[in-house]
Design a protein around this ligand. Structure first.
Ligand code: SF4
Length: 234
């Protein structure tokens, strides 16, 4: 008799419930599932422990879909949302996990930079696509974003540190004006603190208010960073 192999995923961390601190879900109560692995290496990535292969090997636990859902239920079965993050969760074939989380009554939000598309994204309630601006040092192919535009609950979010990033954000918004659009204040773990982030929020808000091409953009801080600083698991 051959043993049936159970598919597992590299899980960096599962935590919650917490208040989502950014993007379209800001203020909502959610669990987080962070998967290991990413096809980008952004200069200011705040989750390198979930990106670099040696870090992923050291920090991840292989868990099946059933084990992930059991853990989420242990944390709180009544929390309405589960946010899948990374790394880039779209690296993985998550069909079984998505179906089991939906069956368990969780609504699913996903965060990805938009380089890879998977069919399971269509079974999530909210898909945040976050193309990376010039300050990331990555080159983003904006044509790839078109694949996401038909998804339910899709929104685009651009992290902005400076004028060059803001110009990139305008290009994204102009290319896909029908997609809800978020501008998020950039946060550099090494160099930023609450004061510098509030100053950048003030600058970004003023810039959006003065630019008619951004009049429908939603400007947000990273609420959890303002509340708790740059800590993990919040
Ligand atoms: S895409 Fe996201 S997770 Fe990947 S390196 Fe960039 S910031 Fe980090």
């Amino acid at each position: 008799m051959t043993a049936t192999s159970v598919k597992t995923f590299p899980i960096i961390e599962i935590f919650g419930p917490v208040i989502q601190g950014e993007g379209a879900m800001i203020g909502h109560q959610t669990h987080f599932v962070r998967l290991g692995g990413c096809d980008f290496r952004c200069a200011w990535c705040d989750t390198l422990y979930a990106v670099l292969p040696e870090e992923v090997r050291a920090n991840s636990v292989s868990m099946s879909a059933r084990e992930v859902v059991d853990r989420l239920r242990e944390l709180n079965p009544d929390t309405p949302w589960v946010t899948l993050s990374g790394g880039n969760p779209a690296l993985h074939q998550l069909d079984e996990l998505i179906d089991m989380m939906n069956d368990a009554g969780f609504s699913i939000a996903v965060e990805t930079q938009g380089t890879l598309y998977k069919a399971w994204l269509g079974r999530c309630s909210l898909v945040t696509v976050s193309p990376k601006p010039p300050s990331s040092t990555m080159t983003q192919n904006l044509d790839q974003l078109a694949r996401f535009t038909g998804l339910p609950g899709v929104n685009f979010k651009v992290v902005v540190f400076d004028d060059e990033d803001l110009a990139f954000a305008r290009v994204v918004h102009d290319a896909y004006p029908e997609i809800p659009f978020y501008l998020q204040v950039g946060n550099d773990l090494e160099n930023d603190n609450r004061d510098s982030l509030l100053l950048r929020l003030d600058w970004l808000s003023t810039a959006a208010l003065q630019d008619s091409s951004l009049s429908r953009a939603i400007v947000l801080p990273q609420l959890h960073v303002l509340m708790y600083g740059n800590k993990r698991g919040v």
